[in-house]
Ligand binder design. Structure first.
Ligand SMILES: Nc1ncnc2c1ncn2[C@@H]1O[C@H](COP(=O)(O)OP(=O)(O)OP(=O)(O)O)[C@@H](O)[C@H]1O
Length: 299
C-alpha cells in the first residue's frame, strides 16, 4: 500500500507550480510535507486527490493508478475549511459519510466515537456556525477520517488550534498511523513535523530541495548546534573559526558550528575563563535546515 509520485509536474500557464516531484510513502507512514507559501504543497495534494490534472508524471497507489470512484480510499482535510454552516454536525457528517458509501448506522457509531474522543459529545446537534473555528476544524477532521481511509492527506491540520487541541489531534493522527493509515501532512510548523514524521520533503518553488528520513537529513546537514551556559561574557566565541552563527541567550549563548570538531576548540577556549554550567552539542533543528535550504525570506 504505497503512494508513489514519479516526476509529477504541474504548470499553470508559464508558472511551474510543481517541478518533477518524486516521492514514495509506504503504509503506516507519517510523511511531512514542508515548504514556504506558494511552494506547491496544496497543488501536489490536489493532484494526488484527482482534483487537478497533472501536466506530467505518474501517481500510483499500490502500483496502480488511483481509482477515484473508490472514494473511500482517501481522506482529505483541505486548507480552506468547508463545512455547511447551517447544518447540524450530525446531519453534516451523515451526509458526508453517505457520500463515502457508508451505512447510516456505521456513520453514527463513528460520529459518537470521534465526538467523545474529542471531548465534545454535546456538539452532535449543534449547527456548525455555532462552533468556534477550532472546534469546526475538529468536525472537519472527523469528516476526513469517518470512512477509515487508507490514505489521509492533511493540509495544515494544526493551524488555528489551541495547544490542548493540537495534542488531541496529534494523538488521533498517531493512532490512525499505527492502525495502518498512510498520512501525508503539510505544515509550516517545523516542530510538528519533527515530532511526528520519520520522513519528509521540503519543497521550494515547486522543487524538492530536501527529501529523506529526518535522521539522515539531520546527520547529512553537517552543522551542529552548541549550547553554552556560563558565568562570563561569551561574545569572543564568535571569532573562533568554524563558528558560523552566534546567538546570545539569557543563560549564555547558542552557536551553530560547521562540524563536531569545532566544539573541541570552543571547549578549550572556555578553559580557565569562568564557570561553565552547560555545554551541549545538539543535532540541528529542522528549522535550521529549512532556513538554510529555503532561505531566510520564509521566516
Ligand atoms: N488555480 C491556480 N491557478 C494558477 N496558479 C495557481 C493555482 N493554484 C496554485 N497556483 C500557483 O501555484 C503555486 C503553488 O501554490 P500552492 O497553493 O500549491 O502552494 P502551497 O505550498 O500550498 O502554499 P501555502 O503554504 O501558501 O498554502 C503558487 O505560485 C500559486 O500561485
Amino acid at each position: 500500500m504505497t503512494l508513489m509520485l514519479r516526476n509529477v509536474t504541474k504548470k499553470f500557464g508559464p508558472n511551474l507550480a510543481v517541478d518533477r516531484l518524486s516521492l514514495e510513502i509506504p503504509e503506516s507512514e507519517m510523511f511531512g510535507f514542508l515548504g514556504g507559501n506558494g511552494a506547491g504543497k496544496t497543488t501536489t495534494f490536489r493532484m494526488i486527490l484527482g482534483l487537478l490534472d497533472r501536466t506530467d508524471g505518474e501517481i500510483s497507489w499500490n502500483g496502480e493508478k488511483i481509482n477515484y470512484d473508490k472514494s473511500h480510499l482517501i481522506g482529505y482535510l483541505p486548507e480552506e475549511r468547508g463545512l455547511y454552516p447551517k447544518l447540524k454536525v450530525r446531519d453534516q457528517l451523515v451526509y458526508l459519510g453517505k457520500l463515502r458509501g457508508m451505512e447510516k448506522q456505521d456513520i453514527l457509531t463513528e460520529i459518537e466515537y470521534w465526538l467523545d474522543r474529542f471531548k465534545v459529545p454535546e456538539y452532535m446537534n449543534k449547527r456548525v456556525e455555532e462552533l468556534s473555528k477550532g472546534n469546526q476544524q475538529k468536525i472537519q477532521f472527523i469528516s476526513a477520517v469517518i470512512h477509515k481511509p487508507k490514505l489521509l492527506i492533511l493540509d495544515e491540520p494544526f493551524s488555528g488550534l489551541d495547544p490542548i487541541n493540537v495534542e488531541m489531534l496529534k494523538e488521533a493522527v498517531v493512532d490512525l498511523k499505527n492502525q495502518g493509515t498512510s498520512i501525508v501532512f503539510s505544515s509550516h510548523r517545523m516542530e510538528h513535523v519533527e515530532e511526528l514524521c520519520e520522513h519528509l520533503c521540503i519543497l521550494h518553488k515547486g522543487k524538492q530541495v530536501v527529501q529523506g528520513s529526518l535522521r539522515d537529513i539531520k546527520r547529512s546537514f553537517g552543522k551542529k548546534n552548541l549550547i553554552v551556559h556560563a558565568d562570563m561574557p561569551l561574545e569572543f566565541l564568535q571569532d573562533i573559526t568554524g563558528v558560523v552563527r552566534f546567538k546570545k541567550i539569557s543563560e549564555g549563548c547558542e552557536l551553530q558550528i560547521e562540524n563536531e570538531d569545532v566544539s573541541q576548540k570552543v571547549f578549550s577556549s572556555l578553559q580557565n575563563k569562568g564557570f561553565v554550567r552547560k555545554f551541549d552539542l545538539e543535532e540541528p533543528s529542522l528549522n535550521d535546515i529549512f532556513i538554510e535550504k529555503v532561505g531566510a525570506a520564509y521566516e
